[in-house]
Design a binder for this molecule. Sequence first.
Ligand SMILES: [Zn+2]
Length: 421
Amino acid sequence: MRLGWLLVALLIISKFIALMPEAHAIPAHSSQLANEIKVTSDTIRVKLSDLGRVLTIKGTDLSLSLAQKPELGSVQADRWVVDCNRNLIYQPETGKSRAIPRTGVLIESLSGILSVNQRRFRDQLVVYPKSDLNPSCMVVNHLPIEKYLESVVNGEFNSKWAETAVEAQIIAARTYAVYQMKEVRRRSVSVFDVESTQKDQVYLGMDRADSKAAQLVERTKGMVMVSSDKKPIKAFYHASCGGQTILPEQVWGGHFAGFHHAVTCPFCHGSPSFQWQHSLSLSQIEQKIRSGIQKDASNRGFWPDRFLKSPRSWTLSGVTATESEDHRAQDLVFAFTSKTGQALNVAMNAYQARNWLDPAKIKSTWFSLIQKGRSILFSGKGSGHGVGMCQWGAKRMGEKGYTREQILSYYYPGIKIAKAF
Ligand SMILES: [Zn+2]
């Protein structure tokens, strides 16, 4: 390297180091960060989950820069360690540590591949400090949406299923992702578009992608489902409907464009969760309610103050369900008595209550209840929220020779397929 260039490089690096805030200056996290980092329209921002509190980020010639100020230059290294407990990032070789600024640090790899605690990801990671809302730091993976979909294929379904079924599912997953990207960025509320869990779509990084997934993503490149207003729909899908889908309004309220009517589904009766049963004792339910109240502030509103003040002074004596028009449970009604003999009935939306009780065992809200002594038997059908495409049904339709368009228009009646990019 010529001396002049070396001096310029040193100047850039020292400027960058000088601008990194000191370790003690840990700013509060703001939720108003969207669009501070430039994202192109086909780059999706995925919030990664379950990475742990100490992250080792490795790659060939990683470059680290301030996410918001790329013009300040970057520092190269093959390894960075993030200590989320102390909001620090450091190079283990030199031991020098810096606080992670509120706007995040951007780490990218020249080879396009980097790993976080052995899990491999593509392109770019942005690390944000912990905040009042997030007790650990937040890592967001920025990558082209088509590469993201190659991994989602095997996170949400399976590239080895019938091709037309997989193609239909890829189009649904792309549509959901594009909807979220537009919606989140329009509202400017978040530094990520989707979470990497079932809350949005399961994404476990590039080790889940395979050549079949890549081939089928390529075959449907850019395709999304749009409603009559030509906008992508929020393409919900779920594991197995149990024989009948429902509309999103029936689960979450509000209005979702492009969903016109529910459909009967004769295709998923072979699915493992077509019918299920699960039993919980009243004391188990009490315990799950107390933990839900503690962990899930957004659904505490169902519970009256006199219960919230001292949940342990109420004993659960029974649970019943009210039924919606579509024969699913609408509310769960919990009957309590106090030590002084007072009675209290609390109705909670069944979809939310199911998340508190055990969504893996109480697989859907299509269930009935029987109380036997001090235990409640849930007997139900299907798995998941029941909105949009039934994945087991789509799989079966693919096996029977239906095309991807036929599968999609079966579960999303009235949609059209368009190219998003
Ligand atoms: Zn079904």
